[in-house]
Write a protein that binds this ligand. Structure first.
Ligand code: PEP
Ligand code: MG
Length: 540
């Protein structure tokens, strides 16, 4: 028996035969060419062919992936039309006289390096796009145009890595689970595996060798392990764990449509946190009462340049329409520190977490802020929209925000553009400053949402990004809990509701404490909605 340890991506336990497929050696040889025009023609022909393939995949995957998930392939098509990418490859061919395949491999490395250097884990999904697209081009150039070999009967499918294109090409009924040597939790492939509900683990490392092909295996997507040739005891234990997990999932799904009500009859709203319009589907699947936090900065991060009013309007409208009247709280741009957009490069800061981020950017660059507010207000007629603002530290900031909102609504009025008159304006309580003046702030806004991730970071002076300090980062520190208590009391004294949308909201050990404090709503990642509902129903 061999146990390989990796990283869990999609929960679930599956037992079956292992099917191992390694992509052919991606080593591309370098050659010096004389006829550079011919190499450029080869590159362009391959590009054309790749675009056609992606169009086909997009069309065929639409019915089961939905428009939003299938848009990955549109984004990859766009990359194949991207001037910078094309110019880079052509320059390698014309100036360095490299063969087309080598120039593409160089472009793949260079653009992956560029995205990685942005030091934002969400940019890794773009790295995956660059790699997927370049590999598709190389496969075409090598004449290996076919899709990857895949199991013909239900198996645990293991490989060096999967691309998003590989995953949509699978016959779902033959894929019990996925295991890879490499990969990233936030790659499109991982996101798609989650959407398709395939238990998955990544990062098993070099140990994951082809010699295990055909062997019996257990994929534990809860723990992030792949057990090969399990002994009888392990097999029995894992079968029990699988049964318990499946039972638990079934039981949680029975809670769909039920109230989040404590034993003593108190009702707590449970909302979902999302980072893109795609998240809405999962939020609805798990029966979230609304969206408690839409991190709108991901629209900016995923866009090659500042998203236009129209682009943002379409996304907000889609989210609001899909939520069909359930509450949707959209937070305005919270760029900065670990969340950087490639085109937005503030000067290097010594303390970025204490620097130019969130509302500070919006107030310093009102043009960007107004574009977002116009998009939000215009979209507001399509659902039940509330807007909130990140990292507030003063009443003056709230007043400035209100002034800008007034300018935006006056403009919309003069253009005869409709918007909802019921939008509630809230702020995030993420700094000790906001807690200490929460009484004054409560008089200015319609609701508070406590961001415990930043509130913990700033209260304890512990960088939330620093893995070395992980053991110090504690939302249950009495200082943080007291901050939450003060905020709830001041909100309620002013008659406004208060929710928690930081990670602490999903800590089921804290649910009773939050209920005791009188919290009105908890907003968690979609897959935590039903476990939290279950917990609330067990609380007093
Ligand atoms: C928080 O700080 O708790 C929060 C919800 O915001 P983010 O994690 O996006 O900074
Ligand atoms: Mg925050």
């Amino acid at each position: 028996m061999v146990t390989l340890k990796g990283t869990k991506v999609v929960a679930g336990i599956v037992i079956g035969r292992l099917f191992v497929y390694m992509h052919p050696d991606k080593h591309v040889s370098r050659a010096t060419v004389e006829d550079t025009d011919a190499q450029i023609r080869l590159f362009n022909d391959a590009r054309q062919k790749a675009i056609e393939q992606l169009e086909e995949i997009h069309e065929s995957s639409l019915p089961y992936l939905g428009e939003l998930n299938a848009s990955i392939f549109v984004a990859q098509e766009m990359l194949l039309e991207d001037k910078q990418y094309i110019d880079y490859v052509c320059k390698q061919i014309t100036e360095s006289k490299y063969n087309a395949a080598y120039a593409i491999a160089l472009a793949s490395d260079e653009f992956s390096r560029l995205f990685t250097s942005i030091e934002d884990k969400y940019m890794q999904s773009h790295v995956a796009d660059v790699r997927d697209v370049s590999e598709r081009l190389l496969r075409i150039l090598c004449g290996a145009e076919g899709e990857m070999i895949q199991p013909l009967e239900p198996c645990i499918f293991a490989s060096d890595d999967f691309s998003a294109g590989d995953i949509v090409g699978f016959k779902r009924e033959n894929i019990l689970g996925l295991a890879t040597m490499f990969g990233s939790q936030v790659s499109h492939a991982s996101i798609l595996a989650g959407t398709m509900g395939i238990p998955s683990i990544i990062g098993l490392g070099q140990e994951m060798l082809s010699i295990y092909d055909g062997r019996c295996a257990i994929l534990d997507g809860i723990k992030g392990e792949l057990i090969i040739d399990p002994d009888k005891r392990t097999l029995d234990r894992m079968k029990r764990k699988q049964k318990e997990y499946d039972e638990h999932q079934r039981m949680l799904l029975l809670l769909k449509g039920k109230n989040n009500i404590t034993k003593s009859g108190e009702y707590i709203n449970v909302y979902a946190n999302i980072g893109s319009a795609e998240g809405v589907e999962t939020a609805l699947l798990y029966d979230a009462g609304g969206i408690g936090l839409f991190r709108s900065e991901f629209i900016y991060i995923e866009s090659p340049t500042y998203p236009t009013e129209e682009e943002q309007f379409n996304i907000y409208k889609e989210v609001l329409e899909k939520m069909r009247g359930r509450k949707v709280i959209i937070r305005t741009l919270d760029l900065g520190t670990d969340k950087q957009a490639s085109y937005f490069r503030p000067e290097k800061e010594n303390n970025p977490a204490l620097g130019y981020r969130a509302i500070r950017i919006s107030l310093a660059q009102p043009g960007i802020f107004k574009t977002q507010l116009r998009a939000l207000y215009r979209a507001s007629v399509y659902g039940n929209l509330d807007i909130m603002f990140p990292l507030i530290i003063s009443v003056d900031e709230v007043k400035q925000i209100k002034e800008i909102i007034n300018e935006v609504t006056s403009e919309l009025d003069s253009e005869d553009i409709e918007y909802s008159k019921d939008i509630r304006i809230g702020i995030m309580i993420e700094t000790p400053a906001a807690v200490m003046i929460s009484e004054q702030l409560a008089a200015e806004v319609d609701f508070f949402s406590i961001g415990t991730n930043d509130l913990t970071q700033y209260t304890l002076a512990i960088d939330r990004q620093n893995p070395k300090l992980e053991s110090y980062f504690s939302e249950v520190h009495p200082a943080v809990m007291r901050m939450i208590e003060i905020t709830v009391d001041n909100a309620h004294k002013a008659g406004i509701p208060v929710d928690i949308c930081g990670e602490a909201a999903a800590d089921l050990n804290l649910t009773q404490a939050f209920i005791n404090m009188g919290i009105d709503a908890l907003s968690v990642s979609p897959n935590m909605v039903l476990p939290l509902r279950k917990k609330i129903r067990e609380c007093d």
